[in-house]
Write a protein that binds this ligand. Structure first.
Ligand code: MG
Length: 383
């Protein structure tokens, strides 16, 4: 690994793991974290979870897995330029969406509704819960026993109520302090990835058009540059040439703005990063405005498109129906899940029962949720 900046996360400054373990012989602590994520069951399920387009709509659209890999790529590039810890960035990026429900935001909103009397459902918190509690792989501890720094990065947002129950990793939401620079990088790389791939997927789906996007500054600037250089270009190549330039502009802006921030504040180490009043990794004000314009466009024209809404509405019904069916009659589930629900209920009553059902539903892939729905509700399905 290249030399790290003094304010980067590193093994020596790590706040450690919940259950003490001996140091890995040939890897850094954060490499070990990353490797544990890659071998987890929740990571494999990302392949069949989606955000905007449901899996069966086509093989070319992004899934949560390819999204997470894109976020990891962008984060590592940025980390390397800023001499931050690439391995920690990669770990956080690969893990950041592990707690997502099937069917993206529609699924998450539906599950949050189902859980409103039992503390709600937050996907960031669920990502942390997945690595802390739900993965069952190791003999000596529950979850993946990741370092504090990985867990801090995974928990991007959290309500104050939940933060109070989380102990050390929730403390920053109460103290209003910052996470590591690596966590800040991944947070913004996440936005760069999804804004750009949703433009790409949106165009591919035909739900939005190049003509519409030409009203958006970030897109139009690159469109002019590409068509000036390659006047005959059209189709997919035109779109790719525009999008690669959009990504590049955002990454360069982020790197240069952050370099200036770091130079003027000179944090001595990761603790000073955490105590700083603002995030030191940021876009320029101009890029923030351009990003916001693109985001609003995608929200209005793509995420709220009636054809997307049809799928989202269907997704909500599937999630709510499954949740209701299982919470009312856990015997519909296989014995292993029945036992989990029973145990949770013994420990914490009805909220425990609800949480165990939510964990089960949240863990489903899109296609598994659809299949389960058919099995439970379709009289023709007798399996
Ligand atoms: Mg994401």
């Amino acid at each position: 690994m290249l030399k790290l900046a003094p304010y980067a996360a590193n093994d020596e400054m790590s706040r450690g793991r919940r259950y003490p373990e001996s140091s890995p012989a040939y890897r850094s602590q954060f490499q070990r974290d990353r490797d544990r994520i890659i071998h987890s069951a929740a990571f494999r399920r990302l392949e069949y979870k989606t955000q905007v387009f449901v899996n069966h709509e086509g093989d070319m659209f992004r899934t949560r897995l390819t999204h997470s890999i894109e976020v990891a790529q962008l984060s590592r590039t940025i980390a390397r330029i800023l001499s931050l810890n690439e391995e920690l960035c990669e770990t956080i990026a690969l893990a950041h969406d592990l707690g997502h429900t099937p069917f993206g935001h529609a699924g998450q909103d539906a599950l949050n509704d189902c859980m409103k009397d039992y503390g709600g459902f937050e996907h960031n918190l669920q990502s942390l819960r997945t690595v802390d509690e739900l993965e069952e792989r190791y003999a000596e501890f529950r979850g993946l026993n990741l370092t504090f720094e990985s867990r801090e990065g995974i928990l991007k947002h959290c309500s104050i109520k939940n933060a109070k129950e989380l102990g050390e990793v929730g403390q920053r939401f109460l103290d209003k302090t910052r996470p590591s620079l690596e966590a800040q990088v991944v947070n913004l790389a996440d936005g760069i990835a999804y804004n750009n791939h949703d433009v790409d997927d949106g165009l591919r789906s035909g739900l939005i058009t190049i003509e519409q996007l030409r009203n958006i500054e970030l897109f139009e600037d690159q469109h002019i540059e590409v068509t000036d250089n390659y006047s005959d270009l059209n189709g997919r190549q035109l779109i790719y040439e525009i999008i690669r330039r959009m990504i590049n502009r955002q990454v360069v802006d982020l790197v240069e703005t952050s370099q200036e921030n770091l130079k003027s504040h000179e944090p001595k180490d990761i603790n000073e990063v955490r105590q700083h009043s603002d995030d030191l990794i940021s876009f320029s004000d101009k890029m923030k405005a351009a990003n916001l314009e693109l985001k609003q466009f995608l929200r209005d024209q793509l995420y709220r498109h009636y054809r997307v809404h049809r799928m989202s509405a269907k997704a909500s019904r599937i999630i709510c129906a499954l949740f209701d069916a299982f919470i009312n009659d856990p015997r519909l589930l296989n014995p292993e899940h029945q036992q989990n629900i029973q145990k949770a209920e013994q420990e914490s009553g009805q909220p425990g029962r609800a949480r165990a059902v939510a964990d089960y539903v949240a863990g489903m892939t899109d296609r598994y949720a659809i299949t389960e729905y058919r099995r439970i509700f379709d009289p023709e399905e007798l399996t």
